[in-house]
Design a protein around this ligand. Structure first.
Ligand code: GUN
Length: 299
């Protein structure tokens, strides 16, 4: 048997949902409506459809309103931009989310740039990315934010540790690395002040790099690519991967072998994924609270 702690996401996701439900109710009593998320799904990517359905269901559980705009694959960039423009101007919409990936005919950056940064609950707008890079985050991307919550709730302090992030995406790898290296934690009592290495598909001799990690965060999209020989004894391993192999969901980490050498490890499913959606609820509530505060101070 192993002494590795399994870091489950579900209890933290449930606690977050409960907290969001409580605060959403308070806000509804004050402003007369629930916080509202507008989600846009273009095309019929099966994974995206499941993710968006999960987000809708979570909103409902937490007392947030959600409306999903489902658009055909052939939607033009112009039509998508005009929907975003309309949602930007709708004072009853607090958060806007465009599910990625978009069809190839649509330029992702143009679309994300068009979202009102005060409604950008994914934290993908360049203004929010810049605020995070400067160490004064407003909306933090949901997956890295969930990982901060996971580490905080297990009282895992990363100050002075060597964190290796495998993957350099705008959604996970880059923001994760920035958050771990920050001087001030992005969430109260959360992790910060790690020494961070970003590794990626062009990193030579990846195992030598990953073996240096006290905290290893893997978001590379390669099923079971991290094996026990790539992990230092006693490391903490966070698996962001969600891959379908022979009909089964597996992470980027070979769970069965790595759990034998790690101090703590997240499972797939049941680890980080659950937290991503919970953080979206929290970001949407925060957007609604900020909008309500701005509106009442303007009166
Ligand atoms: N596609 C994969 N992850 C995400 C996410 O966190 N937000 C959005 N909008 N799309 C995604």
């Amino acid at each position: 048997m192993t002494g590795s702690t399994i870091l489950y996401g579900k209890p933290i996701a449930e606690a977050t949902e409960n907290e969001v439900r409580r605060r959403a109710e308070l806000l509804r009593n004050r402003i007369g409506r629930a916080p509202r998320l507008a989600a846009i799904l273009v095309g019929d990517d099966p994974a995206s459809r499941v993710y968006v359905r999960n987000k809708e269901a979570a909103c409902q559980r937490a007392g947030l309103e959600s409306h999903v705009h489902r658009l055909p694959t052939a939607t033009s960039e112009e039509d998508l931009l005009s929907l975003i423009e309309q949602l930007n101007g709708d004072s009853n919409v607090d958060g806007i989310l465009v599910q990625l990936p978009l069809p190839e005919s649509i330029d992702e950056r143009t679309v994300l740039d068009a979202i009102d940064p005060t409604k950008d609950v994914d934290g993908f707008h360049p203004l929010n990315v810049g605020l995070l890079a400067q160490g004064r985050p407003r909306f933090v991307p949901c997956t890295p934010l969930g990982i901060l919550e996971l580490l905080r709730s297990h009282q895992i302090d990363v100050a002075g540790c060597h964190a290796v992030v495998v993957g350099r995406s705008d959604i996970v790898g880059k923001p994760m690395a920035l958050l771990l290296a920050q001087r001030r934690p992005a969430i109260e009592g959360g992790p910060a002040n790690a020494t961070v290495t970003i590794a990626h598909s062009r990193t030579p001799d990846l195992p030598t790099v990953t073996r240096q990690a006290d905290l290893l965060v893997v978001a590379a999209g390669q099923p079971r690519m991290i094996t026990a020989d790539m992990v230092r004894h006693g490391a903490i391993v966070i698996d962001v991967g969600i891959n379908r192999v022979d009909g089964k969901l597996v992470g980027d980490v070979d769970f069965e072998s790595v759990r034998e050498v790690s101090r703590a490890i997240t499972p797939v499913p049941g680890g980080v994924g659950k937290l991503t959606v919970a953080m979206l609820l929290r970001n949407t509530l925060s957007a609604a609270e900020a909008r309500a505060a701005a509106t009442s101070s303007a009166v």
